[in-house]
Design a protein around this ligand. Sequence first.
Ligand SMILES: *[C@@H]1O[C@H](CO)[C@@H](O)[C@H](O)[C@H]1NC(C)=O
Ligand SMILES: *[C@@H]1O[C@H](CO)[C@@H](O)[C@H](O)[C@H]1NC(C)=O
Ligand SMILES: *[C@@H]1O[C@H](CO)[C@@H](O)[C@H](O)[C@H]1NC(C)=O
Ligand SMILES: *[C@@H]1O[C@H](CO)[C@@H](O)[C@H](O)[C@H]1NC(C)=O
Ligand SMILES: *[C@@H]1O[C@H](CO)[C@@H](O)[C@H](O)[C@H]1NC(C)=O
Length: 545
Amino acid sequence: MLYFRLTGWHAVRIVGACIVVLILFAAPTPKSPRSALDQGTYSPSSLRASSGSSYVPPWQNAEPVVENAKLFVSEKSASPQSSPPAAPKTLASDAQPPPPPPPPPPPTFSAPAITDAVADKQPVKNVVLPTTDKRSPITIFLMNIPRYHYEVVLPVLRAFSSLPSVNVTLIGGASGYTRFGVGPLLERESKPYPLQLVDERFISPKLGTPDLLFLTSCPEDIVKANKTISKWLEAGTRVQCIAHEPSKWDARSKGNSQYAEQIKYMVPWIEKGQWEIVVLAPHVQSYVQKHFPTFLGTGEKVVYKAPVIHPVFKANAVDIEVDFVEPFGAIPGKYEPWRRNYDRVFQQYAQVRPQVKLHLVGSGDNLTVPETIQNRIIYVRDLTFPEYFEHLGKSVAMIPAFGSAAYIENQASSTVATALIVGTPLLVNSTIAKAYSHIPEDAMWLQKRGQTEMDTFGDISFLPVHLWAEKKARVVEVRDKMIAANLEFFESVAQNISDSKFTSTKSTKSTKGTKPTKSAKSTKSAQASQASETVDNKVVPTAVK
Ligand SMILES: *[C@@H]1O[C@H](CO)[C@@H](O)[C@H](O)[C@H]1NC(C)=O
Ligand SMILES: *[C@@H]1O[C@H](CO)[C@@H](O)[C@H](O)[C@H]1NC(C)=O
Ligand SMILES: *[C@@H]1O[C@H](CO)[C@@H](O)[C@H](O)[C@H]1NC(C)=O
Ligand SMILES: *[C@@H]1O[C@H](CO)[C@@H](O)[C@H](O)[C@H]1NC(C)=O
Ligand SMILES: *[C@@H]1O[C@H](CO)[C@@H](O)[C@H](O)[C@H]1NC(C)=O
């Protein structure tokens, strides 16, 4: 007897899979042992065993650098010499307006200060930046102190590391940067430079003054680091910070925001134009623009035009293909019923009985699953970040199953970001599609009017497999555009900072003799002239729609 029941449907799928695989990918036909699936759970090891692809994800070869909490700044660290890596690719640096002469000398990155033990394993390179780059070098501190939000740190790190003349240092807490195998990914997204990581315990003005401080967990980072951040601000550092849950930013006394203290801390700097709010999705941008003048008490003084950063990056060097043999849809994330409405999805699933299984890829205790579909709902638990992304990348559809309206009104869903990261289409209704209007509708599975999520999922399960692959390819295309948009945005931020550094240096030098020219207006005088006017909360024109 066959190991599994070979239904006509399976036969169609397998033939389809072979054709698609042969024609499109010329990769070995995936084979899929079913034992792990039949048991209803995956452990990370059985996941690896059941992955039939010949593709070896990059992190399996990567030296884990951030494997423990030992990376931190030490005063005396060696800096072994070695040849510089290839110049990082830059977007549009040629397209910039001609930079003002004279060019500063080619900047050189000194070795990041790390412990000897780590230095032995991973010799740190002296990175010489491309001499063609005429910008002043820019120092950026990327801070994320809580253990979460590393999926947002990664794309921002990628963008900063891709820019010429930018020296980026990640400041984080050990509970975050050692978690779930994120270390090798951080290292990968730092390329072509080695990851420069400073533990939160060493936050102090001694680290130097960054030109830009980017906070990926805004109020939480302030709680831990406000004394040093104040010093940096006074020294002229610009800050960008992500508002993840702006509904919690109502700092008025009746607003009861748990972050009222941190928000009041930001306000004077926001009013000065030195502190900028950024967001992760268009609907959040609208919410911030509408509510922050009252929430933060800045009234008409500040106009919030929070630029949208896309919290997406490439999960793998080679994008993962749908598992055609054992196809599944996925609901990612912790099994928390207040975030996702599992009951609704399970009930619909039991009614529709789609041909494709559902994987709950996350962590937590078993949920209540109706008896009739228990063998169709599969728990895939406790994966590392790379395993998580790899598994989700094989799914036919990603189902947000929102259990709260917040994800459509004022909060960017990490499920949406994850779908883009792994290149899997989201299954959404028109309301969700509208909130995430930066994702074109043809890169999603759209519920038809009157359909439930699982009605649509059922329809998808009967589509010819080449349509699954085509939709997935479209998601990948959109994702790559977003990564380029991030880069473009931060490129313009860096250019702006570089310009103002240059002009302020020049105007300082010129105060004795000649009058400063108009174009060489110092940042200080620019700020002073703005003091009584409306401030756009926007460091640079946004490159992202
Ligand atoms: C959780 O569900 C799986 C599959 O449905 C089952 O094998 C396992 O025994 C369950 N665990 C508990 C603690 O109920
Ligand atoms: C890059 O930034 C780190 C952290 O501030 C610093 O130790 C290092 O010296 C910087 N390198 C350059 C060339 O500025
Ligand atoms: C600043 O840090 C201290 C601890 O050092 C903390 O008690 C305080 O609440 C913080 N202030 C803000 C505005 O977060
Ligand atoms: C789409 O789903 C969201 C979240 O489940 C829900 O709030 C909204 O009303 C739905 N919209 C439509 C048109 O069904
Ligand atoms: C650069 O930033 C400053 C201050 O945030 C702003 O006033 C200025 O308009 C920006 N310049 C450009 C070219 O965007």
